[in-house]
Design a protein around this ligand. Structure first.
Ligand code: PLP
Length: 322
């Protein structure tokens, strides 16, 4: 329920990250991710709203590099370019090896030009960004939402949202069980990352990551950003039956994971009231990756009624049930 172009979970982290940037007197912001990074788009838009210059260092494939001069404006990239973000292609590698050193060198170069840059890691997931979802949990509690649930399920990409919720839940006496469905990386690494955060918060002596969150492996599919027909079909079935738009990269995989867990291990959630947090990602659907599946399943048929009023054409399949 955030504004349209900032939509999604990243705006909550940016509330804290960009406040820090402004407090430090920065004039530009550098962050990183995949080309279609929702976090990068939200950062770029929010930076412009605050008068900061945005730079996005993104993982690219050779096919992307070939199109550098005329890169297609699909999905998040359209908005990135509309707000004039500097998009910088880096090799397709890890944050540590490919993205972080380029962000550091760019920040140094900008500083030499008199511009102080604020560097944000992938997904905005660090100790500052994590506060976004600590406060989100507090907000849900104050609004009386949490009393109605026993479990929270959400997608986990860079870990910050899950970690924030887990820490807040722990500090408030752990009324709920939090499940993070991994759509990138793996559960072990997320447990390690949360243990490191607990260390910094001086909570590690009291509690371990595994005690306060359930990171779920097995639903990443063939890889981050790669979706299966099963995920596309769930996304379409949810949009057709509820009007809620899931995206194939995050919320779609997380919902698919939840559905499969409920089907395969019914005892896991039996009798429990589950809150699924929709973390955003609508612009990811605008890359059109779902289009072939949409055509194959004839979702929302187009029919021609250019002819006279009688006889009626065959009505679109999905509408005949209304
Ligand atoms: C980034 C993102 C997530 C994952 O959140 P993390 O805090 O990075 O784990 C989930 N859903 C969407 C739509 C996202 O953009």
């Amino acid at each position: 329920m955030t504004h349209s172009t900032l939509s999604g979970n990243k705006v909550r982290k940016l509330e804290f990250l960009l406040a820090d940037a402004i407090q430090q007197g920065c004039t530009s912001v550098i962050t990183c991710g995949s080309i279609q990074t929702n976090h990068g788009r939200a950062t770029a838009v929010a930076a412009r709203e605050l008068g900061l210059d945005p730079y996005l260092v993104v993982r690219s494939r050779p096919a992307d590099v070939e199109q550098t001069d005329n890169y297609p404006c699909a999905g998040n990239v359209l908005l990135d370019r509309m707000v004039g973000a500097g998009i910088i292609f880096a090799p397709y590698g890890s944050q540590k090896e490919s993205l972080a050193p380029r962000m550091k060198t760019l920040a140094d170069e900008l500083l030499a030009q008199g511009q102080k840059a604020y560097v944000i890691p992938v997904g905005g997931s660090n100790q500052v960004g994590m506060w976004g979802y600590i406060v989100a949990f507090q907000e849900m509690m104050q609004q009386g939402v949490l009393e109605n649930y026993d479990d929270i399920v959400l997608g986990c990409g860079s870990g910050g949202s899950c970690c924030g919720l887990a820490v807040a839940n722990y500090l408030l006496g752990s009324p709920l069980k939090i499940h993070g469905v991994c759509v990138a990386d793996n559960a072990d690494n997320f447990y390690q990352g949360l243990d490191a955060e607990l260390d910094v918060l001086q909570l590690r002596s009291k509690v371990a990551a595994r005690d306060i969150i359930d990171f779920v492996d097995g639903y990443k599919g063939a890889g981050y950003g790669i979706s299966s027909d099963e995920v596309y079909d769930l996304v379409l079935s949810v949009s057709r039956s509820t009007g809620v738009i899931l995206d194939p990269v995050y919320t779609g995989k997380a919902a698919y994971g939840l559905q499969q867990m409920m089907l395969k291990q019914p005892e896991r959630f039996k009798g429990r009231r589950v809150l699924f947090i929709h973390t955003g990602g609508v612009f990811g659907t605008y890359t059109m990756s779902i289009e072939p599946r949409l055509q194959e399943t004839s979702s929302g048929q187009v029919v021609d009624w250019n002819d006279s009023l009688e006889p009626l054409p065959t009505l679109p399949k999905n509408l005949t049930s209304i």
